[in-house]
Design a protein around this ligand. Sequence first.
Ligand code: NAD
Length: 261
Amino acid sequence: MSLAKRAAVVTGSTSGIGLAYARALAAEGANVVINGFGDKDAIEKERAGIEKDFGVKCLYDGADMSKPAEIAAMIGNAEKALGSVDVLVNNAGIQFVSPVEDFPIEKWDQIIAINLSSAFHTIRAAAPGMKARKWGRIINTASAHSLVASPFKSAYVSAKHGIAGLTKTVALEVATFGVTVNCISPGYVWTPLVEKQIPDTMKARNMTKEQVMNDVLLAAQPTKQFVTVEQVAALAIFLCSDAAANITGANISMDGGWTAA
Ligand code: NAD
């Protein structure tokens, strides 16, 4: 129970990778705030399940990661309810696939807000407490798309390259305060986010579902396997450990060899 008495906030944790982070942090004894959208009853089931399975406090905050005031309130409320925010995982993210000339302006703005700016707003609110307590872990879910591009994902690739830069910058600013800041860059992880982009990619590339899965998604991944949410969460737990105290400003790939090619 390496994180007993620590408190964690995980954005975008009602589904996919975020939910796996929240459960893994709770398994290490941390109290957690989960966040994200979805069916009210399903979210309550996940929240109560975390409390029951791991014997920790788990709160739900429905803050919209495209709204700076809601983000600041979420961090403030977490500090009040749990005493601190020691681990901050910026994970909320959406995708939209379209040729750049047809890319809807509001989709561009939304992706930059949720996938990039939300991390600025959470960090801005949580960093003072971490610095004052001389301990903190900030983990940003970037992507292989923080290092390389794919066509038709202009906003997503731009946001993910941005979050890699934000990670490095903040890591330097808090380096002497016992606070580390890193990003994890998964390749394709089998989650609803990946599943949902298949129809648009089929349209943009004029392909069948099987062709998109094998020739677009797993084509990039030399292992020919999707990364699992549990593998990503296990790396986050390592980054929270004392053994990882000197890993900061890093962009750690977990992409089945994608960016080695
Ligand atoms: P997902 O769709 O399963 O989960 C996304 C989460 O973000 C959900 O909880 C959703 O409710 C939440 N969310 C969306 N918009 C929000 C908003 N405005 N405010 C608050 N919450 C919001 O997706 P996932 O695959 O688990 O993705 C999680 C993160 O991992 C994203 O940042 C994504 O870019 C990144 N990522 C995913 C993959 C992959 O292959 N799945 C690969 C690399 C990086």
